[in-house]
Write a protein that binds this ligand. Structure first.
Ligand SMILES: NC(=O)c1ccc[n+]([C@@H]2O[C@H](COP(=O)([O-])OP(=O)(O)OC[C@H]3O[C@@H](n4cnc5c(N)ncnc54)[C@H](OP(=O)(O)O)[C@@H]3O)[C@@H](O)[C@H]2O)c1
Length: 200
């Protein structure tokens, strides 16, 4: 998605920015010179999370509530309005994201963690011509099954970023397979910002 839409100097806004996908987006965007506005849910250790995401290359980290506050206008004095919104949550969070997308921009939904449908304001469609799209990597691979070059070049690009130390795996906690119950419990908790990896 990041290859298809924004260019150097553009901005991407995303929710669930601390998710595994969100962390990859931050790093890939930073490597491409794309600014990111990263939206996360409020939590007790919010400042620690800001530091972590900024160390990965996040340009801005804000809480969901800030999307509705006037201080966001201040932010847009120093960074362009996003051409692309990446939505992994749905519901109100997605609606708030798309309010900030620039005229002619896109919102791409890849996940629905809140399990809520997205409301698209009519004005966003009529006056801003915002494109509302979805993305599923499995379908992308199917669509490109005859075009080995596309998959190959994407993987080459990602491997090159990994080799340069610009793209790392999300934070993980390793758990022995016998303790899978503990891992499942932790995976169900909010605000963990880490994957549970079962070690066999
Ligand atoms: N379309 C595709 O091709 C594709 C590919 C990969 C993944 N996905 C989807 O992408 C999403 C993220 O996957 P992941 O592996 O990156 O997830 P992950 O690392 O497990 O992170 C989950 C994220 O969702 C947030 N979250 C959980 N419940 C929420 C709620 N009720 N409201 C708002 N945020 C909530 C968490 O925030 P907190 O820290 O605040 O709890 C966290 O940021 C999933 O829906 C997954 O199915 C789609």
């Amino acid at each position: 998605i990041l290859n298809a839409l924004p260019l150097f100097g553009d901005t991407v806004i995303q929710n669930a920015a601390n998710s595994a996908v969100g962390q990859a987006v931050i790093q890939i965007a930073a490597a491409k010179g794309i600014q990111t506005i990263n939206v996360v849910r409020d939590r007790p250790d919010f400042t620690t999370l800001i530091d972590r995401l900024k160390a990965m290359g996040a340009s801005h980290v804000i809480k969901e509530e800030t999307l509705r506050r006037p201080e966001l206008k201040e932010l847009f004095k120093s960074c362009p309005r996003p051409k692309l919104a990446l939505n992994g949550v749905g519901g109100k969070s997605a609606t708030e994201l798309l309010r900030h997308v620039q005229v002619g921009g896109s919102i791409v939904t890849y996940g629905g963690m809140a399990k809520q449908p997205i409301t698209v304001p009519v004005s966003a469609l009529i006056f801003k011509n915002i494109k509302v799209q979805g993305f599923w990597v499995t379908q992308w691979k199917r669509n490109h099954s005859q075009d080995e070059g596309a998959l190959r070049s994407m993987l080459d690009e990602l491997c090159s970023l990994i080799c340069q130390g610009k793209l790392t795996a999300p934070a993980c906690s390793e758990v022995g397979l016998q303790d899978f119950g503990t891992a499942l419990d932790k995976a169900m908790q909010p605000f963990t910002s880490a994957k549970q990896v079962l070690v066999m």
